[in-house]
Design a protein around this ligand. Structure first.
Ligand code: PMV
Length: 352
């Protein structure tokens, strides 16, 4: 990010990954402020690549844009989200009101596979728009400050997107350590044993989510277990960070799995109960438990707000876990997609 002279027109492209939460963000208040802190592992191969081209508009519109996702113009719901993000950014960068944007975006993973396309999509967009704003004004931040601002804007687009900026792990939410904040995520580097963790994502359903994430977060507003959940996250964050720091796979497995089941437990116990798990999700967990009993495998499952399982494991158990997955799928005569991913480094600019 070198300071420059203003560029009235230009283009920029960023690649930003998805992430999988180990400590789950569930519940929010105000302008995308999380009810509790969260911690995620950044993925490597599931990412969105977004190019923003800008030129001066004709002065009759403000912050106008065309957005193409995989070659198709996006629908009104997503357009509104993008428009809102541009408006938010224009408060700090009024130059955005004077520009016309052509935005093209591609995902490396299929839509609705339960991989958070909003996390990679909104973070790639925030990074590209912020680059455009800083280039159009000729005032560039130093790189760490730029990333922090991008994380802040990504959060306004979709909460979990703020964590996708950084790798190998990211923390979002105040009170976890002295630097963590509700406004943006910060990077986190664990013990070397946790620097490369594999993630096989078992896609049990490709149907769109039954409950969108905004409606899901809202369920925590009046939740009977709200305070209990806040207390649980405090303890789980503390335990998981210690495990990630010391290389303790037993505590990692315990906390990661409890977080996934707790997220779904909270959904079951909401005023309007939500059941997103499929029979195969539960069947897989039972069979995994039976298979791994007494073997000391470095493996943990996690699940987001859907039925799909992320199976996380260390390199030394890669073969045994991948064989288990393939055999399990064959034994049950299923035709399901498995996406293989691993820990990634965070977002990256493709060219200036
Ligand atoms: O970023 P959102 O609003 O789509 O919420 C994401 C919520 C979970 O994926 C369930 C948990 C998380 O921390 O990513």
């Amino acid at each position: 990010m070198q300071p420059d002279k203003p560029e009235p027109e230009g283009s920029v492209e960023w690649r930003s990954p998805s992430n999988i939460a180990l400590i789950k963000y569930w519940g929010k208040q105000g302008n995308q402020i999380p009810m509790n802190p969260s911690l995620s592992m950044t993925l490597k191969y599931a990412f969105t690549q977004t190019e923003v081209k800008w030129h001066p508009n004709d002065g009759t519109t403000q912050g106008e844009f065309d957005f193409f996702l995989s070659g198709q113009k996006v629908g009104p719901k997503f357009e509104k989200r993008v428009g809102n993000l541009i408006n938010e950014m224009a408060k700090a960068y009024p130059v955005l009101n004077d520009l016309y944007f052509t935005i093209t975006s591609l995902n490396t993973f299929p839509h609705s596979t339960g991989i958070a396309s909003s996390a990679s999509g909104l973070s790639a967009l925030a990074l590209s728009l912020l680059s455009a704003a800083q280039r159009a004004t000729g005032k560039a931040d130093e790189y760490p400050r730029f990333l922090q601002k991008a994380s802040h804007y990504a959060r306004l687009g979709s909460g979990s997107a703020c964590r996708s900026i950084y790798g190998p792990y990211a923390i979002w939410g105040g009170g976890v350590n002295t630097e963590s904040s509700d406004e943006y995520a910060i990077p986190y580097k664990p013990h070397q044993d946790f620097e490369t963790i594999y993630d096989s994502i078992l896609i049990f359903s490709e149907k769109p989510k039954k409950v969108g994430s905004s409606a899901g977060h809202k369920l925590m507003d009046e939740h009977f277990y709200r305070q209990g959940r806040i207390n649980q996250v405090r303890e789980n964050s503390f335990r998981l960070l210690k495990a990630l720091e010391t290389g303790d796979f037993d505590v990692w497995q315990e906390v990661v799995e409890q977080e996934a089941l707790s997220l779904h437990g909270l959904m079951f116990a909401s005023h309007e109960p939500v059941l997103l798990l499929e029979p195969d999700t539960i069947r897989f967990i039972h069979d995994l438990n039976a298979f791994r009993a007494g073997k000391g495998l470095k493996v943990a499952f996690t699940i987001d707000a859907g039925p799909n399982i992320h199976l996380l494991y260390a390199d030394e158990h890669r073969e045994i876990i991948r064989n288990f997955i393939s055999e399990w799928i064959m034994d049950h005569h299923l035709q399901i997609q498995v996406l293989d991913d691993e820990t990634g480094k965070g977002a990256k600019q493709l060219f200036e």
